[in-house]
Write a protein that binds this ligand. Structure first.
Ligand code: BES
Ligand code: ZN
Ligand code: ZN
Length: 503
């Protein structure tokens, strides 16, 4: 995909040449200074007049009329160098590739050194470029009979970097893998519920397992019954589709220890069950497997990069339907852990399927747990549409998740979890827990319930109900699924350190 070279010359022939431009009072330096001379100082003039913008993330184009080997030069504004950071660059590259897609580029070259500064070194710039490229040009194919003519896309991307410092090629590839894994998660989420059943999701996981040599296990209904997974089974009870408990294991260490469990809610469609959703609220509920998609996207990245870590991915999958056999409010069910649950709201189904999945992840040796779920509308009320909610029972583990999320540009914000919150999910007169303790603090209640099944294992809960999809396009992607947390989870795994490692 990428060709890396240190042989840049303004006479090299390219369709599109891409240069980063800081907002600096001093004159133009380096390659841009040289180009300015070729254009008799007109670049300086165009920057002064604002026709070439140095404002961050703004892309400006000039035609070179044969004065350089490149037919067109694209300047990517980077703003003031002092305020420059990795995230600005990743977004700026996103804008650039959106322009590329619109203009149907097929060939381009990037002067990567012009995108570096004291705060963003060459490897980071390469990662940002590699990641932004697939993400910003992503498109869900859809199902129209008349699909658009096959789109032209960039076939060749030359990346120039002069100093030979760092490993630009490797960083580009790693970024690309992160971007592609995110796109796979997006496609799963964008796929409608009739075309992505639990069985389909299991089939997808098996294909991943085959490609990356993961150990795989798909539990069928009968096995779930034997294991006593009464919570997942209750949610599936009204469905014509069989449930699946999907397990993928990646062993990157010699011993099966320090295992990170990634547990993703895989509700392929959430009607709410008898606590039925409104006709406005039900549309879009194909995305209720966003947690599962993030886990599968992360597993793809992990499979590609093969870090020396151990991971077990667990995805409880079913739809949440209504029928004569469906579970009902007031039902009492028994989870695999043995804990009994009073169902007060069948629309609080995510925490139920996650309950059995958490227990099962522990059964497979998980020593650390992250659950990821489109769990509550409440998290949107609390944090809006750009920030995922988090809860934890372990400060150190949470710090690691927090760091991975910020670096991935997928911000999270921690909500409180106090003893009195936990008491509320334990507040059933006839069972150990209840799945819906009332309207106050929805997002906390959902997470607190799942946390009951961590039973002391270090655990972080991520509620992505507000961030798994977006109705507005953004620098790194179109409207629709965002693939949020695929990158965070993969980076968490890659960087993961136990307390002993740190000593
Ligand atoms: N899948 C929904 C949460 C959701 C809402 C995801 C909006 C994406 C967008 C979840 O199963 C649900 O219905 N949660 C309820 C919980 C309540 C009944 C305790 C909610 O948040 O309203
Ligand atoms: Zn629900
Ligand atoms: Zn749901």
């Amino acid at each position: 995909m990428f060709t890396v070279s240190n042989q840049f010359n303004l006479t090299n022939s390219h369709d599109c040449l891409v240069i980063g431009l800081f907002n600096k009072p001093s004159g133009l330096e380096g390659v841009v200074g040289e180009a300015d001379k070729l254009f008799d100082g007109q670049l300086t003039e165009l920057i002064k007049s604002g026709d070439i913008s140095t404002r961050k993330k703004e892309v400006s184009k000039i035609h070179t009329f044969g004065k350089t080997g490149a037919r067109k030069i694209y300047f990517v504004g980077l703003g003031h160098e002092k305020e420059y950071k990795f995230e600005t660059l990743r977004d700026a590259f996103g804008r650039l590739f959106k322009t590329a897609k619109k203009e149907k580029w097929t060939e381009a070259a990037v002067l990567l050194d012009t995108f570096t500064s004291d705060s963003v070194e060459i490897n980071d710039a390469a990662h940002a470029l590699g990641e932004a490229f697939p993400m910003a040009t992503y498109e869900f194919a859809g199902y129209k009979q008349k699909s658009n003519e096959p789109e032209k896309h960039i076939e060749s991307l030359t990346v120039y970097s002069a100093d030979g410092e760092g490993d630009v090629e490797a960083a580009l590839e790693v970024g690309y893998v992160f971007g592609k894994g995110t796109n796979s998660a997006r496609t799963l989420v964008n796929t409608p519920g009739n075309l992505l059943t639990a069985t389909d999701m299991a089939g997808y996981a098996l294909k991943l397992a085959e490609k990356y040599e993961f150990e795989a296990e798909i539990l069928e209904k009968e096995e779930m019954e034997k294991l006593g997974m009464g919570a997942l089974l209750a949610v599936n009870q009204g469905s014509a589709e069989p449930p699946k408990m999907i397990v993928l294991k990646y062993q990157g260490k010699e011993e099966w220890n320090d295992v990170i469990g990634l547990v993703g809610k895989g509700i392929t469609f959430d009607t709410g069950g008898y606590s039925i959703k409104t006709k406005a609220g039900i549309v879009g509920m194909k995305s209720d497997m966003g947690g599962a998609a993030a886990v599968l996207g992360a597993m793809e990245i992990i499979g590609e990069l093969k870090p020396e870590r151990n991971v077990v991915a667990v995805i409880p999958s079913t739809d949440n339907m209504i029928s004569g056999t469906a579970f009902k409010p007031d039902d009492v069910i028994t989870s695999m852990s043995g804990k009994t649950i009073e169902v007060l709201n069948t629309d609080a189904e995510g925490r139920l399927v996650l309950a059995d999945a958490m227990t099962y992840a522990k059964h497979h040796g998980a020593n650390y747990l992250v659950d990821i779920a489109t769990l509550t509308g409440g998290v949107i009320t609390a944090l809006g549409l750009h920030t995922s909610g988090a809860l934890t029972n372990n400060e150190e583990f949470f710090e690691q998740v927090l760091e991975a999320s910020y670096e991935s540009g997928e911000p999270i914000w921690r909500l409180p979890l106090f003893e009195r919150d936990i008491e509320r999910v334990r507040g059933s007169k006839i069972a150990d827990l209840n799945n819906s303790p009332g309207a106050e603090g929805h997002a906390i209640m959902g997470g607190a319930f799942v946390g009951e099944f961590a039973e002391g294992t270090p655990w972080v809960h991520l509620d992505i109900a507000g961030t798994a999809t977006t109705n507005k396009e953004y620098d790194l992607g179109p409207a629709g699924a965002t693939g949020v947390m695929a990158r965070t989870l993969a980076l968490l795994v890659e960087r993961f350190e136990t307390e002993e490692d740190e000593k």
